[in-house]
Design a protein around this ligand. Structure first.
Ligand SMILES: [Fe+2]
Ligand SMILES: [Fe+2]
Length: 489
């Protein structure tokens, strides 16, 4: 059987969220993100929803091959989701797990790269749960991946540690839940090393703990200042909402429910939603409380850069015994210290000792990291900016040089006007971009032109977009800049 649809004239707009389910005859459908599919002979039917049509049409039947270039073509047409019949979702989940398992074991990729791919996929799994309230299948995916995490950690614990992102992530509910899931697993591994069932439960509970945040507006979640009483009231409801939603699934383990309900409770009874005391808070909920706060502090917010993991630990120390369980916090401190010791670059700082003298050692004349540079106005979601970040895909080297810079696009006022040259200090470089230090912060998405001194008196001319901003030493700011194609004039 050939594909019903070889080309798609009018694709779904990329911003369209997938329909929760569609009814075509008696079939119920679930969206699957196109990036979660491998080009291969399919064990399931793939359906495609055309713009303006309420029901999807069969795109490729089970037993037929879908090629990589076909998936690429769909993506070019801004199609993000295909659909599968709900009764085939278990086949999809198995294929996805097998695929991630291959990534985890793929020695041709670095540990960081593999972790990045796996984290991205887990994030999408959580987004599916958030997009499809009350649906069993996405929640089932989370419990399956939790068991897979269990296999991975017993196979190679050091590699598993890379799944914890300690420095370079934004505070989205989905990235946060992935990190808390990994963190809870690592904590149980440290505190109850032989309890495999508890490990999988801790991961599952961490991955789902903030599911009740689905309807909380991002303005509240990301507010820079203090929440007003009404906003605070809204935020405080998420543990109970999440608990109720998860409790509707008959097979949901009690420990997972407790983690969703009690991760903001404190030992001194000053937490929420119920203000219960230490002995009423379950072990895994106390584990979740530590992983949760650590991630909330270290993550990047729209109003500030990430906090160094060691600073986050220092900030949390005050809460030991009142907010956090001492034994769990000490285990977490030991764990974070060990992870930093194993690979200090994970804190977002460049590893000492990899100093290079010449830019040519790192960045050949045409670096491979160039990506199309969407105009600032196209970039609503910072996820799109993050997806541009090639800088961290390559080894970064310390490289001290003064570069000439000028803004090509600005999204907020700066001490320099658009086009006006100024100097920035380059602090590290990779094939994908640079980190530059300046006296004031640049906004994510802004586009600059850089002229960087290279060997032999030559210069390297590059357009670069701001992908992250964090506070540096002496009141300065460090910007991660990703090389992009020159803007079309
Ligand atoms: Fe929460
Ligand atoms: Fe949380």
């Amino acid at each position: 059987m050939s594909a019903i649809t070889e080309s798609v004239a009018k694709p779904n707009p990329p911003t369209n969220p997938p329909a929760a389910t569609n009814e075509a005859g008696a079939q119920r459908f679930l969206p699957v993100h196109i990036d979660s599919l491998d080009p291969q002979v399919l064990d399931m039917d793939l359906w495609l929803r055309h713009e303006g049509q309420p029901t999807p049409a069969l795109y490729r039947g089970a037993g037929l091959e879908v090629r990589g270039d076909e998936l690429e073509r769909l993506k070019e047409q801004k199609i993000e989701y295909l659909y599968i019949p709900a009764h085939q979702h278990a086949i999809y989940r198995k294929a996805l797990t097998r695929r991630l398992d291959r990534v985890y074991a793929d020695a041709s990729k670095g540990k960081e790269e593999r972790a990045r791919i796996i984290r991205g996929n887990c994030q999408k799994m959580i987004e599916d749960v958030l997009l499809l309230p009350g649906q069993q299948e996405p929640v089932e995916t989370i419990s399956e991946i939790s068991r897979t995490f269990q296999e991975w950690v017993s196979r190679d614990e050091k590699q598993f540690g890379y799944l914890l992102d300690m420095s370079s992530h934004d505070f989205y509910t989905s990235t946060h839940m992935v990190n808390v899931g990994v963190g809870c697993g690592l904590l149980v591994r440290a505190l109850r090393p032989n309890d495999e069932a508890m490990f999988a439960l801790a991961v599952q509970g961490g991955l789902l703990h903030d599911i009740g945040k689905r309807d909380i507006p991002p303005e509240i979640l990301n507010k820079a200042g203090k929440l007003d009483p009404e906003e605070w009231e809204t935020l405080r409801k998420h543990p109970a909402i999440g608990h109720a939603e998860l409790a509707a699934f008959p097979t949901m383990p009690a420990a997972v429910l407790e983690m969703a309900r009690d991760h903001h409770e404190r030992l001194d009874g000053k937490g929420y939603p119920n203000g219960v005391f230490a002995d009423q808070i379950g072990f895994l909920a106390r584990v979740c409380a530590v992983g949760d706060v650590f991630d909330a502090i270290t993550a990047t917010r729209p109003y500030r850069g990430p906090t160094h993991p060691r600073d986050a630990l220092r900030m949390m120390t005050d809460g030991v015994g009142t907010q956090f369980d001492r034994e769990i916090f000490e285990a977490w401190r030991g764990l974070v210290e060990r992870l930093i010791e194993e690979d200090a670059s994970r804190t977002g700082e460049v590893v000492e000792g990899k100093v290079i003298k010449s830019l040519d050692e790192v960045t050949p004349q045409s670096p491979p990291g160039l990506t199309a540079a969407p105009a600032t106005s196209d970039i609503g979601a910072s996820a799109k900016i993050a997806s541009l970040d090639n800088r961290r895909k390559f080894t970064r080297f310390i490289f001290q040089a003064l570069a000439q810079a000028r803004f090509v696009e600005q999204t907020r006022p700066h001490p320099v006007a658009k086009g006006q040259p100024f100097e920035v200090r380059i602090v590290d470089v990779s094939r994908g971009g640079v980190a530059a230090e300046a006296e004031w912060p640049f906004a994510r998405g802004e586009l600059l032109h850089l002229t960087i001194p290279a060997a032999g008196g030559r210069t390297l001319s590059r357009y670069a977009r701001v992908v992250r901003t964090r506070s540096g030493r002496h009141g300065h700011w460090i910007m991660g800049l990703c090389f992009v194609d020159p803007p079309k004039t």
